[in-house]
Design a protein around this ligand. Structure first.
Ligand code: NAD
Length: 300
């Protein structure tokens, strides 16, 4: 099977690599020539546009930064819709707004093109290992057809429901992870303020009701978990800017459905603020560095 792959950046490149390893032929396109060259070096064929990559594929995958990029790659000049063969299954693995996925799917359906939203969880490390969690929205038959290709890139592949629901699940997950990280950072700053040893506090929380995935795997205090981003100067991992984007998308999605949310907007603004102060490209656990205590002589 030939796969058209559009967006060969941080995540796309290792995902493409795993497809090649499984014996798929890949025709790649990226706006950035360095990203496209890397894909070619890995063994992919090089396309001159998203439309060309799509026309070369029996199945097409996109892995792009945000909703605007996805709309452009599918519907813009030189976009996928221009040349994808009738009936082709198009899988968008980017994290974007669920409403955009639904509108896009409707436009593509008019051209007899099939669409799945299939965002991923697990940062670059799991993209390299091919062990991503992939949450899929779309028709059950299309999901069954996509499963084998997706399993070249991920380990847990879950059909969530109709188009857009993969994105909803992804935003819900990142809202939980983003808010939990803030709580963990605040808790460890509090412990530190009172001279509590961070290792002992970790042991307490790990055996109590506050135990959470982000503390176990992404501990924000350097030196506690040698595999966490904090122990390599907060090199991402999953960067603050992406968390700000994803939690912001959750806020927008909640607004669309008139659902009150309180933690989500605070979390989104906090990650944005951290980004504005230079933490945007660092792992989101660097929020711990951002949340420094005020001077000891500041009035309480
Ligand atoms: P990235 O910026 O590293 O890569 C995206 C690539 O898309 C870039 O190379 C860019 O040149 C290309 N691109 C943008 N618009 C294009 C267009 N119209 N046509 C062709 N190419 C285009 O981003 P990334 O980190 O790989 O993230 C991709 C998606 O995966 C995002 O939605 C992100 O939220 C999600 N995600 C990322 C991570 C992570 O840890 N990086 C984890 C889970 C999910």
């Amino acid at each position: 099977m030939r796969i058209g792959f559009i967006g060969t950046g941080t995540m796309g490149l290792p995902m493409l690599n795993n497809l090649l390893k499984k014996g798929y032929q890949v025709c790649a396109y990226d706006l950035a020539s360095a990203a496209l060259e890397a894909a070619q070096k890995a063994g992919a064929e090089r396309a001159g546009s998203a439309a060309e990559a799509a026309s070369a594929g029996d199945l097409v995958i996109t892995m792009l930064p945000s909703s605007g990029n996805v709309e452009k790659a599918y519907l813009g000049p030189g976009g996928i819709i221009e040349r994808a063969k009738e009936g082709t299954l198009l899988i968008d693995m980017s994290t974007i707004d669920p409403g955009t996925s639904q509108r896009l799917a409707a436009r593509l359906k008019e051209r007899r093109l099939r669409f799945l939203d299939a965002p991923v969880s697990g940062a670059v490390g799991r993209a390299i290992e091919g062990t991503l969690t992939i949450m899929v929205g779309g028709e059950a038959a299309d999901f069954r057809e996509a499963r084998e290709v997706l399993s070249a890139m991920g380990r847990n592949i879950i059909h969530v429901g109709p188009v857009g629901s993969g994105e909803v699940a992804k935003l819900c997950n990142n809202l939980v992870a983003g808010a939990a990280m803030i709580a963990v950072c605040e808790a460890f700053r509090l412990g530190e303020g009172f001279g509590v040893d961070a290792k002992i506090l970790t042991e307490v929380i790990a055996h109590s009701s506050g135990a959470t995935w982000v503390m176990e795997h992404g501990h924000p205090v350097p030196g506690i978990n040698p595999n966490a981003a904090s122990s390599r100067a907060y090199a991402a991992g999953f960067m603050t800017d992406l968390m700000a984007k994803d939690v912001g998308l959750a806020v927008a999605a909640a607004r669309e459905k008139r659902i009150p949310v309180f933690l989500a907007p605070t979390a989104a603004q906090l990650y944005r603020l951290a980004s504005a102060y230079g933490f945007g490209r660092k792992d989101f656990s660097s929020l711990y560095e951002f949340l420094k205590p005020a001077a000891p002589d500041a009035p309480v």
